[in-house]
Ligand binder design. Structure first.
Ligand code: S3P
Length: 189
């Protein structure tokens, strides 16, 4: 049974925004909805939204897939860490990170130090359904997406679980996850 999440009132949302002194950093698997949810969350909190993958692409003038192809994953992770370090210096905001960012120890340490990590989680079936909508993810090329997503999720869960806030983003509308995040942060702050 899905329990309807209570919506925070406008003044409660304003109070959350006023208490935030650091970026909120969305972490979790590809396909969980970090970018869509992050954009909505930022809009409600009246904060800037930054998508780390978009910023990496802008800085490199290449797509994420092209960076993986030409220079390899280690090079991508290095750029990802530097871009996230820069975004974390920008004051309160909402930052969506790529699925592997919080798994990298240095990047995770930076996020712990300068931001508030929010782990968005979904079951494997929902993730697979969502990643199937786009063919832009290099880690899913050349294999069975269900097998890859299940393996990465299992490998990464220990890192993700270090986030102080965890919210489920299941098959329902993303607005529900946004409400859950607001409620969780309001309690946590
Ligand atoms: C990755 C996830 C992608 C992107 C890159 C690597 C990963 O971001 O950063 O393809 O390691 O899980 P999304 O989580 O936005 O798909």
């Amino acid at each position: 049974m899905t329990i309807e999440t209570r919506s925070l009132s406008d003044s409660e949302i304003r109070s959350v925004a006023a208490r935030l002194d650091r970026p909120l950093v969305l972490v979790g698997m590809m396909g969980v909805g970090k970018s869509t949810i992050g954009r909505k969350l930022a809009q409600l909190l009246d904060l800037p939204f930054r998508d780390a993958d978009d910023e990496i692409e802008k800085a490199a003038q290449l797509s994420v897939a092209e960076i993986f192809e030409r220079f390899g994953e280690a090079h991508f992770r290095d750029g990802e860490r530097r871009v996230i370090a820069r975004l974390l210096e920008g004051g309160p905001s909402v930052i969506a990170t790529g699925g592997g960012a919080f798994v990298q120890p240095d990047t995770r340490a930076l996020i712990h130090e300068k931001g508030i990590a929010v782990w968005l989680d979904s079951d494997v079936a929902t993730l697979v359904e969502r990643v199937g909508r786009r063919d832009t993810r290099p880690l899913l090329r050349g294999g069975d997406p269900k097998e890859i997503v299940a393996r990465l999720k299992a490998e990464r869960e220990a890192a993700y679980s270090e986030a102080p806030i965890k919210v489920m983003s299941d098959a329902g509308p993303h607005g529900e996850a946004v409400k859950r995040i607001l409620q969780a942060i309001s309690t946590w702050l």
